[in-house]
Each structure stands twice: as structure tokens, then as C-alpha cells.
Write a protein that binds this ligand. Structure first.
Ligand code: FES
Length: 393
């Protein structure tokens, strides 16, 4: 504070006193509790959103892209290319959630947002999506989540993207963003599909690569090619990666596909001597057959265990099959905790295991070391090996 001498300072103080009185007089009778900063944060990064389905496009015989706009009273959230939404649905009277990568680009925002869904035969949720979602449907989802995006502090601007099947969806988002001139990356996409007919976004990827050939390159690899396919055949292995990616040091690898592909690629990356810090793995989702995992203990397969649950002051007992994640068992019973990633990473479903044994595959164990010691599990990535006692949020 500036000192001007006692008289002047006293005069200024008198002014302040009268100014304060005027301000109090002019103030509204009720307190203004609005918080514009918090409102902006909520608008850009909402915890929950409601989407209106505008259009459906068939991409392949079993894959569709759903285009959404914001429902009345809801906005489209800000996101980064590669993130996912957790879609909330009622299936057979039970509330379930499934993560889907956003396949449109941030530069399509705020016009529309797209999710691309492959229908799995017998898939608890994907079958329902195909049946239920029609133009005009309102769909509930979480805000965007996930770390599978380009982060300049962490990643190289030279990206080798490896996709399997519907794992191409986050890369479509990144490629659209690059082609729109909003993301300054060089991206090589090695995209594995079983059949040429199963390639998702085939024409669009070709057109986007032609638009920015110095930035985007797409190579398709078909594992069961029909006669007439003259492109790359087999799997995305070490030799193919070396041939197309060239010098590997200084490049970041982003991988999105099924768990079987992750296991295969881990071996290939080891052969290539690729350090872990250069690789980003997108969430693999629920494992198709947990009992086929190399570390799965013998003896539990086919068994049904009793799951004793404490939740919000009440107690329940529900059956839990060895082959199902604990989260799936709780969803069937209508007692599931909140979930987002379903891959053991986000921690939304974190629960306390007070008795019993579970199997967690190492690749899906996203718990903190302290949580592991204290007995917490992520039910989405934990499978029962005995009767269990669990406390969920
Ligand atoms: S839902 Fe993310 S850890 Fe379980």
C-alpha cells in the first residue's frame, strides 16, 4: 500500500468508507450465487449428456455409425480425438453402460458427434443398440473420457496407429482431425481386418489420405483374404511393422483392437525392442473368454459362486459365473456401481473385496498399488474364483 502522509491517508479512508456504504446500498436484496466459470466448465465437460439420434449409416454388414446432435437442454461436449463416451442403457430391465470411442472428430463439434458400433452375435448391449436406436431416439451417455489421444508432452508427432476391426474408430477421429488441418501429426494407419468386406470406413479413409498424403497413410492387412485381394495379407507382425513404419525410434505407437490382438502385438513389439513408453494401448473392453487367458487358474471354469454384496446400507446375495466379470453379474442383478471404461482403468467401479478370491488379468489391472494392498478391486476387470463378499459404492 502506498503511504502518502497521515492526512491524505485519512481522507482516502473516509472516501472508502462512504464508497462501501454506497455499494452496500446498491447491492441486490438476494445473493447472486451464479458461477459463470463453473457453468462454462459444466457446458464443455459435462458428467452426463443426452444425445438425439439424427441418422444411422450402415458401414459394413455388422457395423453402423450413429450420428447424434445435442438433445434439447443438453450440449455436445468438448473432447479430444481418441476419447470415448460411456453409453447408458436399459437392457432387460437392467441398467448397463458400455464405452464407445467417438468416431467423429472434434472439428465436427459442435455440429454432430458420431459413435460407430459393431454388432457382436449375442452381445448383451450391441444387439440392443441395433434393435432400439432409431432416428429421434434419445441416448444417455457420460461425458468424454480416456487418455487415448495425442498429447504433445508425451507423444511424438509421428504416429504409427495399429487398429483391429472396430478398433479403427478412434483413429477415424484422429484422421478426420488431421485432414481438417486441426491436428498437426503424421499418422500411418496399419488396419487389420479379417475380410476385405469387413473394413470399416474404407472409402472415407482413402479419401482423407488422398486429401493430406504427406500426413496420412493407410494400409489394410487382411487375415483371411478372398480370391482377388491383392493387398497385404496375414497379421500386423514385427516384419510388417518394420517394413511400413521404417525407423521406429522417435515414433509413438497407438494400438486399438481386440485383446487377442494386444497379446499378439506385445510379442511383436518385444521382438522389435520397442520400449513401453513409446506405446499407447486403448482400453481393450471386456475379455471375450477369460478362461482362455494364459494366467487363468485351472478349476474355476463353469462354476457359479455366491456374491455377498453390501451397497448403500443394504445386503444382497447374487450368483456370479466364473466366466463373467463381477460387474456383469451385478448388472444382471440390477445392483451395479457406476462404470465408464469397463477395462479396469478409470476406477469408477472401484469396490472393496472383504472376502474371497478374484482373477484379474495383468493387462487390465489398473488399480493403484495402495488399492491393491488394501483389498480394492475393479469389478469390471475382476472374475470370481470363490464365493465373495464385496462392498460397492
Ligand atoms: S469401469 Fe473403469 S475401472 Fe471399472
Amino acid at each position: 500500500m502506498e503511504i502518502n502522509g497521515m492526512e491524505q491517508d485519512l481522507a482516502r479512508m473516509m472516501e472508502l468508507t462512504s464508497l462501501r456504504a454506497q455499494k452496500i446500498e446498491a447491492a441486490p436484496a438476494t445473493l447472486d450465487l451464479s458461477d459463470p466459470v463453473q457453468e462454462l466448465v459444466q457446458r464443455l465437460h459435462p458428467e452426463k449428456i443426452t444425445l438425439r439420434l439424427e441418422a444411422i449409416k450402415d458401414e459394413t454388414s455388422d457395423t453402423r455409425t450413429y450420428r447424434f446432435t445435442a438433445a434439447e437442454g443438453s450440449g455436445l461436449p468438448f473432447f479430444r480425438a481418441g476419447q470415448y463416451l460411456s453409453v447408458k442403457m436399459e437392457v432387460e430391465g437392467k441398467r448397463v453402460a458400455r464405452p464407445y470411442s467417438i468416431s467423429s472428430a472434434p472439428s465436427d463439434w459442435p455440429g454432430f458427434l458420431e459413435l460407430t458400433v459393431r454388432r457382436k452375435a449375442g452381445g448383451f448391449v450391441s444387439e440392443q443398440i441395433w434393435r432400439q436406436w432409431q432416428a429421434g431416439s434419445l441416448v444417455e451417455a457420460s461425458g468424454p473420457h480416456g487418455n487415448f489421444y495425442f498429447e504433445p508432452l508425451r507423444d511424438s508427432r509421428q504416429i504409427v496407429a495399429i487398429a483391429g476391426g472396430s478398433g479403427v474408430t478412434p483413429f477415424r477421429s484422429m484422421i478426420r482431425e488431421i485432414a481438417a488441418g486441426k491436428l498437426d501429426l503424421e499418422l500411418l494407419l496399419l488396419y487389420g481386418s479379417r475380410l476385405a468386406d469387413e473394413i470399416i470406413f474404407a472409402k472415407e479413409l482413402e479419401a482423407l489420405a488422398a486429401k493430406a498424403p504427406q500426413k496420412i497413410r493407410v494400409e489394410h492387412v487382411i487375415s483371411e483374404p478372398a480370391a482377388g485381394w491383392d493387398g497385404l495379407k496375414g497379421f500386423i507382425d514385427a516384419a510388417l511393422i518394420r517394413e511400413y513404419a521404417g525407423e521406429l525410434s522417435g515414433k509413438s505407437f497407438f494400438v486399438c483392437g481386440p485383446p487377442e490382438m494386444y497379446r499378439f502385438l506385445q510379442e511383436q513389439f518385444a521382438q522389435l525392442g520397442l520400449p513401453r513408453r513409446q506405446i499407447r494401448w486403448e482400453l481393450a473392453g471386456a475379455v471375450q473368454d477369460i478362461t482362455a487367458e494364459p494366467g487363468y487358474p485351472a478349476g474355476a471354469r463353469g462354476r457359479i459362486f455366491q456374491l455377498h454384496l453390501r451397497r448403500r446400507g443394504a445386503e444382497y446375495t447374487v450368483p456370479a459365473a466364473a466366466e463373467e466379470s463381477i460387474l456383469t453379474a451385478l448388472e444382471r442383478a440390477g445392483l451395479a456401481p457406476d462404470s465408464q471404461c469397463r477395462s479396469g482403468e478409470c476406477g469408477f467401479c472401484r469396490s472393496l473385496l472383504t472376502a474371497g478370491e478374484v482373477y484379474v488379468r495383468p493387462e487390465s489391472d489398473g488399480r493403484r498399488a495402495a488399492d491393491r494392498r488394501l483389498g480394492f478391486i475393479h469389478p469390471c476387470a475382476s472374475y470370481p474364483l470363490s464365493d465373495l463378499s464385496l462392498t460397492t459404492p
